[in-house]
Design a protein around this ligand. Sequence first.
Ligand SMILES: Nc1ncnc2c1ncn2[C@@H]1O[C@H](COP(=O)(O)OP(=O)(O)OP(=O)(O)O)[C@@H](O)[C@H]1O
Ligand SMILES: [Mg+2]
Length: 199
Amino acid sequence: MQNRSAQTILILNLRYILLIRADIITMSGGEIFQLEQDEELRIEVDCPKDKTVSVELKSGMAEIFGTELVQNTPYEFPSGAKFSVFTYHGCQVMVRGRSEISPYTSKETPMITYANVHAGLEELRQAAENAGPAAAANQTSGGPAGGDGASADVSGKGPVVLVVGPTDVGKSTLCRLLLNYAVRMGRRPLYVDLDVGQV
Ligand SMILES: Nc1ncnc2c1ncn2[C@@H]1O[C@H](COP(=O)(O)OP(=O)(O)OP(=O)(O)O)[C@@H](O)[C@H]1O
Ligand SMILES: [Mg+2]
């Protein structure tokens, strides 16, 4: 008998394509960006080493790589940071601090794909959980593993995913995002970064 496990390979090759100037309100101390539904604000912090750029959610809901932002709370980012603030429903974000590259919004975002990957993984986890006790019972009785094998892992193990792609395209970030979404579902994932090159 062969154990089947759900295996997925995600190939990342993100290249940022579409640049759209956002609705910007300039205020003393910063700029407020109005983001529409499913839009992201990209920020590349290219300021002096001793300075930071701060991001503050003023209204609506938004997240950075799966971590929800708390309204009216400034988040500081050091020189060299590169990230996007994404919103599913629209929001206003204030950015303080100067960078060589001005923040810009884009509708061209991998976030919907990422959210779908999360949903797919969660479905496989639930199927594995449901198959788990049945599979264990079958193994004890010596019978074949249960389940129809369509999507559930008959051994009761969760999905296994291999994320591959060229250097610096967002592989680790995707893993972090999936981790954050899993936590938001009430799961307790463990993240081990064994890439010594990142230290
Ligand atoms: N969707 C995204 N939007 C904006 N910035 C992103 C996005 N995904 C990743 N980044 C940024 O791109 C940079 C590279 O991301 P990351 O470290 O995840 O890439 P990687 O593929 O794991 O790189 P490496 O090959 O070095 O391990 C980071 O600064 C990260 O914050
Ligand atoms: Mg990495």
